[in-house]
Write a protein that binds this ligand. Sequence first.
Ligand code: H2U
Length: 353
Amino acid sequence: MIKMIHSENTFSIADHSHRRLNPLTSEWVLVSPHRSKRPWLGQEESPAAVSLQHYDASCYLCPGNKRVNGVMNPAYQSTFVFTNDFAAVEETHRISDAIMHPLLQHKPVRGTSRVICFSPDHSKSLPLLSLPEIESVVNCWSDQVAELGQEYAWVQVFENKGAVMGCSNPHPHGQIWATDQLPTQAQKVDENLRHYWNQHQHNLLLDYAEMEIELGTRVVEKNAEWLAVVPYWACWPFELLLIPLKPVTHLHQLSKSASTALANTLKNVLTRYDNLFQCSFPYSMGWHGQSFLQTNTDHWQLHAHFYPPLLRSASIKKFMVGYEMMAEPQRDITPEQAAEKLRSVSITHYSEK
Ligand code: H2U
């Protein structure tokens, strides 16, 4: 007879606290599913409503308007890119002749920062644009990566959306920062993808995508070219990882059909985001293409991260503080529950119903 000792201690991943490993960074996240029912008496955000104003005379990104430094934006019709008037990095080559102590090290950085307006329409965040308009944004990202990749080691395409994420303007826009060195995240992910390749002679992200499609529990969107999944190791409540299903290392190497399918995937996942809490869903997103310093592409696969802060409603966000700052990130609802919630909402935008 099999005697069940301590059966009340049996572990269930859906109910009990555990840690999950992020193989892209080799960092762990603490998952506490039982904690999602705790009461909330803390800060509430003002929900970001979908804007109805197509043009704002005081917006420095609207067509024909004056920017802070006095330059006029053209009367652009589609996407519009300009060099950030307050660039975080400068294009000048500089050499530091400081003698460095091992504990006080620095490196001069050369680079450029650009701002990308996604649309002339002040009110149209990405999910509200038409599919051809979203594809124009994809093509604009791709052209920028192709151009800046000729000169810089790392090209970071990103979007900060919503005041809660520190975005300064609701006009739909993103940014690109290109640098002559790999930033910390890029370095870390490159090392982990390379380590997996060396151990298995397989591409980590392609293996992962295949496994998630087979399991299905964390999948939010899938088509012939793309997978959108709440990663097993997600830190943010409704975090998403977008992976192309065919090997590709850079946005500008996507085929025409992959770019079209990406526009479709973006439209659907971002509409799901907005529909979840019926608000213009804030997030930070960014693309991770390969370092332009490398020629061997076996280990790398292009991917995008979406890190949205909202947790329970349009007004309650997750704070990465306390234990997260001092120990490691923690989440309450499981990635599987988050994926289920995202799958359960419509792909027709609530404002268009
Ligand atoms: P955020 O909304 O994510 O802050 O990005 C807007 C960027 O636009 C920001 O980096 C730039 C800011 O430096 N900007 C200009 O380049 N010119 C302006 O006239 C205002 C803002």
